[in-house]
Ligand binder design. Structure first.
Ligand code: 1HE
Length: 262
């Protein structure tokens, strides 16, 4: 039997990866720095998504230690010039777009600090599961900088521009219960249970047809954010593509003939 392809190169900086059936688990693994994301780690995350084997159908992102991520490694901001900052932010946009508009659904298991760039990473996922310890913040406002990993686009759409502006202007944090109420997460678990819940969801999602998951990831946000006519057209095209082949018919028959898979 041929050896299962490796997810990423063995010693990638700041992350660990493992395989659980059709699900790949990416662990942010710099707990001593609260999983702060530096450039090598950001690029390792990008390679992980670039090199996902074809038989991976969902991803879980989680953090090692007590926190999901404290965001950008602030040491990197100390010596950069203005234009470097533009490139740096665009790098994060590129990487996080690969997560949001990739081939597979991504489920983030959140706990502790989900802060700054850590929150931006969480927002690029498609489902967020938060443990009770989770808190959300954008300390950029108080650090004299600005968000650069896509929060102005993603977080403002997720929880509302007004709420995001309040977070940045005043340093307001939201706890996990508020986060559930306001849409930061759609699941809330007890502490220590988030990763298992995220994995359970990922394993369920991985059983959907890849074409349906692709449609959900790529059509829903564009239809929600773009003009209505284009949204309807995209929806119609995607619906026709998804329902057009034999597997769709088989799944419909499974339901109608009471052989439902789930
Ligand atoms: C860090 C970072 C970091 C921790 N960059 N080193 N994000 C922030 O502004 C959040 C900064 N971090 C915190 O507010 C706190 O660390 C936590 C609330 C997340 C956790 O607190 P705690 O008490 O458990 O840990 P700590 O003692 O503050 O930090 C432990 C170590 O991690 C310490 O290093 P050490 O060498 O002294 O042990 C910290 O310096 C280090 N550490 N967070 C670098 N972020 C694309 S633009 C995105 C822009 C942003 O993300 S800005 C928001 C950055």
């Amino acid at each position: 039997m041929s050896e299962r392809p490796k997810l990423v190169k063995p010693a990638e900086p700041g992350i660990r990866t493992e395989r659980k059936g059709a699900v790949a688990v990416l662990t942010l693994a710099r707990p001593a720095k609260r999983n702060a994301i530096d450039d090598p780690m950001a690029l390792a995350i990008e390679r992980f998504f670039d090199e996902l084997p074809a038989d991976v159908h969902a991803v879980v992102i989680q953090g090692e230690g007590d926190h999901f991520s404290a965001g950008l490694d602030l040491n990197e901001m100390l010596h950069v010039g203005v234009f470097d900052g533009v490139h740096h932010s665009r790098l994060w946009h590129r990487i996080f777009d690969k997560i949001e508009f990739g081939r597979v659904p991504v489920i983030a298991a959140l706990k502790g600090a989900v802060v700054g760039g850590g929150l931006e990473l969480a927002c690029a996922a498609h489902i967020r599961v938060a443990e009770r310890s989770t808190f959300y913040a954008l300390p950029e406002g108080q650090r004299g900088i600005f968000v650069g990993g896509g929060a102005a686009v993603r977080l403002s759409r997720l929880v509302g521009a007004g709420r995001m502006m309040d977070m940045m202007l005043t340093g307001r944090t939201y706890d996990s219960e508020e986060g559930l109420a306001f849409g930061f997460s759609t699941y809330l678990t007890d502490n220590g249970k988030g990763a298992a819940k995220a994995l359970e969801l990922a394993q369920a999602v991985a059983k959907n047809r890849p074409v349906t998951n692709f449609a959900i990831l790529n059509v829903v946000p564009r239809a929600a954010e773009g003009d209505r006519d284009t949204g309807y057209l995209l929806e119609a095209l995607m619906a026709a593509i998804a329902q057009g082949d034999d597997e769709a018919k088989e799944r419909l028959r499974d339901f109608l003939e009471k052989r439902d898979r789930r």
